[in-house]
Design a protein. Sequence first.
Length: 251
Amino acid sequence: MRKKIIAGNWKMNMTPSEAVNLVNLLKDGCENALCDVVFCVPFVDIAAVTKEFEGCKNIAVGAQNMHFENNGAYTGEVSADMLKELGVKYVILGHSERREYFGETDHMVNKKMKQALKRGLIPIVCVGESLEMKDEGITIDHIAIQIKRAFKKIDADDAKKVIIAYEPIWAIGTGRTASAYQAEEVCAGIRAIINDIYGDETAEAIRIQYGGSMNAENCESLLAMPDIDGGLIGGASLKADFNLITGCVKE
Ligand code: PGA
């Protein structure tokens, strides 16, 4: 049985003091949730947010990106060890906004995946199609390539730890959500791709989230789907609604 995992992706929102206020609003609800809860916050908020969550066992802090090298002359970048030392457990990799605005490629995502796993961080790796791809009917082909490249040279034991977030680009921040059936079809397809690469055991173990305008109204039907093991939530993670989402996980 896969434990559900709900992650908030704050993106470039919340100063450290705003972050503390938001966490205090959400903390009690998240502590009582029956799923794993992750707060993927801006780098500068990590120290303050981690402190607020000290002792909360089902809540973890995540980052939204990291560099694939250990250290060195990479101005403006942050390493896995820096995140680890602050108590970070998860890191979002290959979000479509990083791919689109910061030129992240599948190859870079693969290097970051390997580095995160080597350093003991759990990647939340994002995949998903554009509206054009969806209309052309090549969603799964595109995602299969993204996954094969992201997981290149990663063994099954490590692959099992990874969270895959299926995020159709046309649904991110648009208020346009994939229907529960559409999202389930792709998440089941992703599990089949993992099965092809690693076999049944890994495919059954790996957790797959849906992301893209998930909110308090649509979360219940999405999370009821057999291959959807959680959500990656942007806009709705910045308000009290986030607790309605974590609270809707029943098992
Ligand atoms: P959204 O963002 O919930 O605001 O659509 C999701 C994401 O980009 O992770």
